[in-house]
Design a protein around this ligand. Structure first.
Ligand code: AKG
Length: 271
């Protein structure tokens, strides 16, 4: 009989058990302070040099909120991006990070594909209108075998837009929505949500059917996060996923497939 620990590439059995029961997993300090510093430098370039990017990449900007200063780290108030994975080799290596892909193998199964990549920022005064939701209606597949990895680039606590999750809600399948996506506040038991208080370098894994929401940012410091999503090779897209590199094979039979491609030399071409 196999020992479960030997079957895991990266996680501990407790971490896997926690994810299976709760539908989320907070991985503290997945990136070291020096890795975070490098990531923030790359990210600053991504959100300040918004011109002449591959046409598939898109940015959205937030009007400065009344009563809040614009954060000099994000002077254009970039609130979102799609397909940042096309920006350069650094961001390619980020979504193919062996630690994250191995985590997905441990949580979802031996064959993992990329699903999509985006940026979700919370500039000062950001108000989240998305409310409680599952990612599922946005990315329907034949089976709910997908998960998102949210990489936090800043300390992100309650008053700064922390992600909130409803533990175990993925076990109830698809929740009823009032507009195809959003779940009514009164369908979620009061005080049942868990606030994911994050430090820069933490990564939260969110199951596609766990009910969650982003918070508002009541501070003058922008909060930045990258969301990469992954799926098993076996689950088939029913949503018509046109996102960049969708379906790229990342692991087969628990073997990670992607080489590291970033080097400072390749960076000089794209920064
Ligand atoms: O930004 C966050 O904290 C969560 C984002 C989210 O809920 C989503 O993109 O589905």
């Amino acid at each position: 009989m196999s020992n479960m620990k030997d079957d895991l590439l990266f996680l501990t059995p407790d971490q896997k058990q926690f994810f299976d029961s709760n539908g989320y997993l907070m991985m503290k300090s997945l990136y070291s302070p020096s890795e975070v510093a490098c990531m923030r430098e790359q990210f600053h370039h991504l959100i300040t040099h918004t011109e002449n990017r591959p046409k598939n990449m898109s940015y959205s900007f937030m009007e400065p909120a009344e009563g809040y200063a614009v954060d000099s780290f994000n002077p254009k108030n970039v609130v979102g991006m799609m397909d940042h994975v096309l920006a350069n080799d650094y961001w390619f290596d980020h979504f193919t990070d062996p630690k994250v892909v191995a985590t997905m193998v441990d949580l979802l199964g031996p064959n993992i594909d990329f699903h999509n990549g985006k940026v979700r920022n919370k500039p000062p005064g950001f108000v989240c209108t998305q409310s409680w939701h599952q990612d599922w209606p946005y990315e329907c597949h034949t089976q709910p075998d997908l998960a998102a990895a949210i990489t936090y680039l800043d300390d992100t606590d309650f008053e700064a837009g922390a992600t909130e999750v409803l533990p175990g809600s993925h076990l109830k399948g698809e929740w009823q929505t009032f507009d195809g996506h959003r779940i009514a506040d009164d369908a979620v038991p009061e005080d049942a949500g868990v606030m994911l208080s994050a430090k820069a370098g933490d990564v939260a894994i969110i199951h596609v059917q766990v009910v969650h929401r982003a918070g508002h940012n009541y501070t003058n410091t922008a909060r930045h996060a990258i969301i990469n999503e992954y799926k098993t090779a076996e689950t088939i897209d029913q949503w018509n996923n046109r996102c960049a590199l969708a379906g790229l094979p990342l692991a087969r039979s628990r073997k990670l497939l992607m080489p590291r491609v970033y080097s400072p030399a390749s960076q000089s071409k794209s920064m």
